[in-house]
Design a protein around this ligand. Sequence first.
Ligand code: KIV
Length: 299
Amino acid sequence: MNQPAAQNATPYGTLPTASNPATRKPVSLPRLLEMHARGEKIAMLTAYDATFAAVADAAGVDCILVGDSLGMVCQGLSSTVGVALDTMRYHVESVTRGMRRVQGTAWIIGDLPFGSYHESKEQALRSAAVLMQAGAHMVKLEGGGWTADTVRFLVQRGIPVCAHLGLTPQTVHALGGYRVQGKTAESATLLKQQAHELQEAGAALLVLEMVPGALSAELTAELPHCPTIGIGAGNGTAGQVLVLHDMLGLNLGKTPKFVRNFMAALPGIAGQHGIKEAIAAYVTEVKTGTFPDNNLHAW
Ligand code: KIV
């Protein structure tokens, strides 16, 4: 703790001191690429509001993803398809305000929701601008093939882009459910081709969701300029991401196989260990490569 506790005190709650500016430098794109080059794993976690973003930052996450998963965990929707751009703007603003108040250092990624980038590259630019002006450092979009041109268009205009392949929740209806992707030789070849196209287009990060561990490890080795961030993709990726509520054991439905409940995994008496410690345990396990366990959390 480097700031007086009172500094962030309000009548409605006290944001934790997130990071020590003297010892933790703000995470930037070059730093993420450097981390990847020297083999340090990237720890990413979702957060949707000021307090949880500050707690995640204080616990040491490198990147905060303001994911459209907020549609399911915050809004109670049955998929992410119904999330609006203005809702994403609201949550990105909330997260960035919280981060500013505690001088947080994490890299903030805003998720472009369904329908906000599909029409044209120009529409994608307008939508990305909304999230960047709300405080995001980078935007994320789902899918391969046609998205490569959109990624190139955004990157050329100074917007860092995180791509997302494998199980892409915005197209869950077309995919026929939340299923592992890239299991057949044909689909694995297509996924690899799309990943290379996205790297070539300038995507700076690539989320791989529900992809066989062997395939994502191979891809990670093939993409030196585009670190892969796995979720249900084994431990051979350059980093990991989980949905905050899932890793705190707050899943309202069936917990996916790739999730570990880090609250349940904490030792000690209730009250002595809390959310910050659970997130810190997640960060440590990602960095040391002990989470995910390929025997438990991967395909
Ligand atoms: O919306 C989200 O939280 C995501 C992660 C599951 C990667 O896209």
